[in-house]
Design a protein around this ligand. Sequence first.
Ligand SMILES: *Cc1c(COP(=O)(O)O)cnc(C)c1O
Length: 403
Amino acid sequence: MSLAQGRPYLAIPGPSTMPDRVLAAMHKPAPNIYEGEIEEIAARVAANLRRVAMSSSHVAIYIANGHGAWEASIANVFSRGDKVLSLVTGRFGNIWALNAAAMGVEVERLEFGLKSPADPARVEETLRADKGHEIKAVLLTHVDTATSVRNDVAGIRAAIDAAGHPALLMVDCIASLGCDEFRMDDWGVDVMVAASQKGLMVPPGLGFVWFSDKALEASRSSNMVTPYWNWHPRAFPEFVYQYFGGTSPTHHLFGLDESLKMILDEEGLPHIWNRHAALARAVWAAFETWGQGGDLALNIAEPEFRAHSVTAARIGGGGAERLRKWLETEAGVTLGIGLGMAEPGTPEADDFLRVAHMGHVNAHMTLGALATMEAGMQALNIPHGRGGIAAAAGEIAKGVAQA
Ligand SMILES: *Cc1c(COP(=O)(O)O)cnc(C)c1O
């Protein structure tokens, strides 16, 4: 007998759980796109996007997903033949690098495998060796959603500075913004990309690029950008249509306006960072306990380098894929698939899954997902250590007791 009836819970790393208030804010007729309310909303959303990035820089909004924001960032900053240093810690960093190369940028890669963060020492060494300062930018993924590694953005900036290198620092925060602490100005980030459907809790469809004055200066000599992707009119619009290169994404703006209000003016970023950290610790505690009695493990060994928005894990013998299917059909919970952790078609490809805890997620949702996972492991005879849910509950209790 399936017990999946009731409200389904999608615990995949994007689209994230959206607040009903965001959905309700979108449920109304379209406004006039030439004047009035839309002008105020566009200006307020742009200002609040800078606040959510902790930045006084500029922001361009695109009707696009994260891939579009990636492409916008590359098209504005570079000319064909320019060189970048790409730090790869998982599938998303890999694709950003491949896309840059496909657009005509020369990409030098530093690979850090699928279980480790980017090492600032190797970045410093590589930049020191670039005596002619040919490398124009360093590409980094804050949280690589495939491996759930969380990179030390400030540490990479410090490595660039220690090498005395002028490279821009460009960071993909698609899976971290609005979940993990991120400070664009304090951490010396020149370009940052994000999208609407993860920590910002809005349906997929908007991509964002923030850029510093230094990046703006670099963009003036780029020969790659085409009119739609050009960030100048979007960041410095005279008329409201210039924000969006055409018709406003009216309903996404209604939703984003509401979610940014909830994030910035109601819950507040520090609380949001702490909430995601506490939920993440509950997930880690469950897996660590389960792993004591079975072939289960978190992908990232060191807690310091684990994302607070998503957790990648391994359950051997194809257990991950069997558990994922059971949860969806029998319990109404959908977990994320493993991404890029093993060659598709090999037996190992079924050993990986991801639990998302990003966006509008609370203690009962995360504990509920973990407890149904434990039920699934019992039902499927997947060996696991006892007490995972008690350990997770303990972390939730500790998180609530925190000041
Ligand atoms: C989701 C994600 C992307 C891709 O975003 P899309 O909206 O699917 O194009 C890129 N980078 C990271 C880190 C992501 O999590």
